[in-house]
Design a binder for this molecule. Structure first.
Ligand code: SF4
Length: 271
């Protein structure tokens, strides 16, 4: 069984959600130029890239190549560019900074403390992200409310201090994502066929088991409240639903929250 046969199961209002997503992306691209998509090359982000291409929404696409990605993820980056005939911008950490961190703290520093894990994420993700977003008025993500308790309140549009964040799949279910991948033959990471719903860096990602949270395979030795790398922090500096960060090996994780329904007030966002 592959991920498509396991997960592809659209909601009854899938067509409405897709129309809503396309309208949001078109409106955002018209309103907030330049705009770009931050792709992790995960299933949701592949769907967003496909929608941008299929519905001719003008947006850049970039990937943070942390130097710690799985070979399968790097292979997908090549396949994506071939499939869509477009170049994806690739941002990498500053080589000297990454090397100095490893020299001082070792290759497995992220398992030793939350501070070291976040320091690694800062060098390999946050600093490259800053470069990727420099000069952009908006960025697009594949965040969904269903992904974790911490993302249950994700809005379609978030006003951040320097730009707007667009989350066009906020209301989509995992079944919707895979239904879209199935009907449009979207290329995807083969790790999804091996029970990796959320895929990040190789040292910090593992497969999950039935009933576990979508994000439970990420930084699995940390408590749920600490599980973000800093890419998706709210304007006030917190994560959605955030509690004080905690570091506890092999903690339990909570089930997903129900999905609230929200409108898309794109014109309400100031320039
Ligand atoms: S996810 Fe893990 S390997 Fe990747 S940047 Fe963060 S701590 Fe480092």
């Amino acid at each position: 069984m592959n991920a498509i046969s396991l997960y592809a199961k659209p909601s009854s209002d899938f067509d409405d959600k897709l129309a809503e997503t396309v309208a949001l992306l078109r409106g955002a691209a018209a309103e907030f130029t330049p705009i770009t998509q931050a792709s992790s090359l995960g299933a949701e982000d592949m769907v967003v890239t496909d929608i941008l291409h299929r519905f001719q929404v003008q947006s850049g696409v970039f990937v943070l190549e942390t130097g710690k990605l799985h070979a399968e993820t790097l292979g997908l980056l090549d396949r994506l560019q071939t499939h869509y005939g477009r170049e994806v911008e690739v941002y990498r950490p500053v080589a000297d900074d990454a090397a100095a961190f490893v020299k001082e703290n070792g290759e497995e520093a992220m398992y030793r403390s939350l501070e070291l894990r976040k320091a690694c994420c800062h060098i390999r993700k946050m600093e490259p992200l800053e470069r990727a977003l420099a000069g952009k008025r908006a960025w697009i993500t594949g965040l969904r409310r269903e992904q974790s308790g911490a993302r249950a309140e994700v809005e379609f549009i978030e006003q951040q201090p320097e730009r707007v964040k667009i989350n066009p799949l906020a209301r989509w279910t995992w079944g919707d994502v895979w239904h879209y991948i199935a009907i449009h033959k979207v290329p995807y990471n083969p790790l999804h066929d091996q029970f990796y719903p959320s895929i990040g860096c190789a040292p910090c990602t593992r497969a999950v088991t039935l009933g576990e949270d979508f994000r439970s395979g990420r930084w699995w030795w940390e408590q749920e409240s600490a599980k973000e790398c800093g890419l998706h922090v709210a304007a006030d500096g917190s994560h959605e639903g955030e509690e004080p960060a905690a570091f506890e090996p092999l903690s339990a994780v909570s089930p997903v929250s129900p999905l609230p329904n929200r409108a898309i007030p794109i014109r309400a966002i100031p320039n």
